[in-house]
Ligand binder design. Structure first.
Ligand code: SF4
Length: 349
């Protein structure tokens, strides 16, 4: 009988931890609260679906949407009008609570600051109440400019002030997260940009104080960080979840309609389907004497693009309306890939 000798590997790289994970892989079922930061975009929707596919109980999941235009009673400037209705339909379909949070006056308020403090933050809490916090400390300062098109969050203040900071304040402002373990889930994907490819998949959230007096344990998890766009659409199809109407119009990304990273085709389409909103944004450029895009006005950017052929009147009416009155979940056989799938990847970096 021959004895087969096997070389013992010095180390097995398949056992090596992902260097981007600080603590190795997550113990997914160890949390009391699972908060999905949901924009309505496909990646954040897939974060929710991934939790459900992994058996996280719905009773522990909540959806948080940071409104970029401030509260519901404030004018719409940046967002898709249908986003709230789309998210409310999604939350109803999965029987999950949806909480809104926002900075008063949204991105526009921060952008128009003139010798002022930054505005307060508001967030909805269980029981139907809204908490308002901040806005009375710090330094008076002036911006009078659009957020910079930059991965640097201190310059790209739209994301940092109206999303990241708002989410943190909503976590630190609720005692229900003290002495508890909370998982805060966001949908960044490495494929989207060089900057995002450097993100960690799992790390303590900036609001974490697990060693502190309040024992608030909060981890940040980016479960779709390594997913391809094909993985995302396959997940949406598996669940039959209809994508946000922006994708059906031909947009490859969905967050703010007037995202500062938008392409010429994005803006050419908006000028055609949302003349009032487009002129409102162009008038802000005139008022500030500062353009959203470097060296070109919004009209010049739109002139260089072409409206999406998929933006038919019926689809435009859905995206530009404030109701979502069609089934948000269909059978996977009926589910169709939207026109915006696999398009030019314009969006946050
Ligand atoms: S989607 Fe674009 S404009 Fe909106 S917050 Fe993010 S980076 Fe800013």
């Amino acid at each position: 009988m021959t004895t087969e000798k096997k070389q013992i590997a010095l180390f097995d790289i398949t056992d090596a931890p992902d260097p981007r994970d600080k603590f190795g892989e997550i113990d997914l079922h160890s949390y009391d609260h699972y908060i999905v930061a949901i924009s309505g975009g496909k990646d954040s929707v897939c974060c929710l679906l991934h939790l459900l596919e992994n058996g996280v109980p719905r009773s522990k999941i909540e959806l948080w949407h940071h409104r970029v235009d401030g509260g519901k009673d404030e004018p719409r400037v940046w967002d898709w009008p249908v986003t709230d209705a789309y998210l409310e339909a999604l939350a109803r379909a999965f029987e999950l609570p949806l909480y809104y949070s926002w900075k008063v006056n949204g991105i526009t308020g921060e952008m128009m600051r003139r010798n002022e403090l930054t505005k307060p933050t508001c967030f909805e809490v269980p029981g139907g109440h809204t908490v308002t916090t901040g806005g009375n400390r710090g330094q008076e300062s002036t911006r009078r400019m659009f957020p910079a098109i930059s991965p640097d969050m201190s310059k790209r203040f739209c994301s940092s002030y109206t999303k990241i900071d708002v989410g943190s304040k909503a976590l630190t402002g609720q005692t229900r997260f003290c002495n508890k373990r909370t998982l805060f889930i966001t949908g960044e994907r490495a494929e989207e940009s060089a900057n995002r490819s450097k993100y960690l998949r799992f790390e303590p959230h900036r609001s974490d104080r697990r060693e502190g007096r309040l024992a608030r344990h909060v981890d940040a998890w980016r479960p779709v960080l390594d997913w391809s766009e094909a993985d995302i659409w396959a997940c949406m199809k598996r669940w039959g979840v209809q994508p946000h109407p922006a994708y059906i119009l031909g947009y490859s990304r969905c967050s703010c309609a007037y995202c500062i990273f938008g392409s010429a085709n994005n803006f050419a389409t908006l000028r055609e389907i949302d003349a009032q909103g487009f002129h409102q944004m162009a008038a802000i450029e005139d008022e500030l004497g500062h353009t959203m895009k470097h060296g070109a006005s919004l009209h010049q950017v739109a002139d260089a693009g072409k409206p999406y052929a998929a933006a038919t009147p019926e689809r435009v009416a859905l995206a530009m309306g404030t109701t979502y009155d069609q089934p948000i979940i269909v059978s996977p056989d009926q589910w169709e890939l939207p026109a915006g799938a696999y398009g030019v990847n314009d969006g946050p970096q």
